[in-house]
Design a protein around this ligand. Structure first.
Ligand SMILES: O=P(O)(O)OC[C@H]1O[C@H](O[C@H]2O[C@H](CO)[C@@H](O)[C@H](O)[C@H]2O)[C@H](O)[C@@H](O)[C@@H]1O
Length: 430
């Protein structure tokens, strides 16, 4: 065992997960190492005598070393401490699966998942953010047992083209465009307003679309259609004015990309190359976007993962979308329902916050790093994998590398199947 092994072991492997911390901790390791070198002089065995080999007489020195480190190492790596404290506040949903299972006992679990960064890894080209076949199978298995919704900033068509599972609810464009599973019943006109106890509300125009298409459940962003319609009536090209202006303004910035996510003019401005992700380039770009938006007071700007998102400034977000799906499932006033939301981005915080406010449900943040969050639990990024034993093959257990989100979904499915082995059909949607 090397000096650094001792240090990392003491750090519970966290340093390995934290590139920044690793750098900081190497300093700590160095400090420990030099204190060990001084060890002999302090009456402890010198590290050369001790580390990696039993001392004279066969006595292992590792415990001496660890004790020496503990006693003489006044400073732990702050980043590691911070990560450990964060993990105590937001423990791993896998490590705490038993607690989650206790909370779910006797309740109807409803699953909500974000797409980018949760089910699919973040990649530079948004058009190539595919989910793996294994992840798709895991989501499908979950959807067979629990009502399941995808809540995403992407437009419905795009996310559906990636996921392709007709049994899910999809809340696209940050929940501004919600569709039920193909088997769900269309809602009677007026249902949504009744469910939300809404008379004319700023975020629901009197003529918004509701239940008049078999699968579209709600499009609150249609409030903005008159604005766009007016423009389109005057000049069709003007409907795309904001989109065009953004494309135009940002075309000189290498790596910048404007995406059209439907509701409405568009939505994401992304820096696709590592070299342009610097503050010096990012800030002027953000200024350009803000300048364009001054002409569009009905749109607002928010920031996601390396992305500037533009949305209608209406009171609607992923939290509202989750509430809407729960209501449309008939679960609104029920205490025997447990919504579980897994997401990675700032916009998912609206959903975590909503669950916290309801005092019902479990938020799980997917993240590599400690982050301010309203989620209760955490899971690792989809690019981070861990070994898991999946199945017996050729008389031995097969050890596979799978992302923790997928592993969590597997555990949920196993848990449900263990509890009700006959539960293989999709849950009935009311
Ligand atoms: O709500 P989400 O499902 O998380 O979607 C929000 C945005 O996700 C996409 O951008 C993110 O993923 C891209 C592909 O991995 C990545 O290139 C980008 O940096 C991320 O921010 C999507 O492109 C946006 O349109 C969505 O708004």
């Amino acid at each position: 065992m090397t000096n650094q092994d001792v240090v990392f072991q003491d750090m519970g492997g966290i340093a390995a997960a934290l590139p920044g911390a690793l750098f900081a901790c190497r300093g700590a390791a160095g400090a420990v190492s030099s204190s060990l070198r001084r060890g002999g002089a302090y009456g402890l065995p010198a590290d050369d005598e001790c580390l990696g080999a039993p001392a004279a007489g066969g006595r292992a020195c590792t415990s001496w070393v660890v004790e020496a480190i503990r006693a003489s190492s006044p400073t732990r790596c702050p980043a590691v401490d911070e990560h450990a404290a964060w993990t105590r506040r937001h423990p791993s949903a896998l490590g705490s699966f038993d607690d989650i299972a206790v909370a779910a006992k006797g309740k109807k679990v409803v699953m909500f998942m974000d797409y980018d960064g949760t089910l699919a890894p973040i990649v530079t080209d948004p058009d190539r953010a595919f989910m793996s076949a294994e992840m798709r199978a895991a989501v499908r298995d979950v959807a067979k047992l629990f009502p399941t919704a995808l809540v995403t900033g992407r437009c419905l068509e795009k996310v559906y083209s990636f996921v392709g599972l007709s049994e899910l609810y999809y809340a696209g464009s940050h929940g501004m465009d919600i569709k039920g599973p193909s088997s769900s019943k269309p809602m009677k006109p007026g249902t949504i307003r009744t469910l939300f106890r809404l008379t004319p509300q700023p975020f629901l125009p009197p003529n918004f679309q509701e239940g008049n298409n078999k699968t579209v459940l709600l499009q609150p962003a249609r409030e903005f259609l008159p604005v766009i319609d007016k423009r389109t009536r005057v000049d069709y090209m003007a409907a795309l004015q904001a989109y065009r202006a953004l494309v135009d303004k940002t075309k000189a910035t290498p790596g910048a990309r404007v995406e059209n996510n439907k509701f409405l003019p568009l939505c994401a401005l992304q820096m696709r190359r590592r070299e342009v992700m610097t503050l010096q380039r990012w800030s002027p770009l953000a200024e350009q976007v803000k300048a364009v938006l001054r002409d569009f007071p009905e749109l607002k700007l928010s920031e996601g993962r390396k992305v500037l998102e533009i949305r209608p400034s209406i009171m609607w977000d992923k939290g509202r979308a989750v509430e809407f799906v729960l209501k449309s499932l008939g679960f609104d006033d029920r205490t025997d329902v447990l919504p579980v939301y897994i997401g990675d981005d700032r916009t998912d915080e609206d959903a975590f916050k909503m669950l916290r406010k309801r005092g019902q449900g479990i938020g799980i943040l997917v993240s590599k790093f400690p982050k301010e969050t309203d989620a209760s639990y955490s899971l690792k990024d989809p690019t981070e994998v861990r070994f898991t034993y999946l199945a017996w093959q050729n008389e031995s257990l097969t050890k596979l590398l799978i992302p923790s989100v997928m592993e969590f979904l597997h555990q949920l499915v196993h848990w449900k199947r263990r509890r009700s082995p006959s539960a293989t059909r999709r849950p009935r949607v009311q």
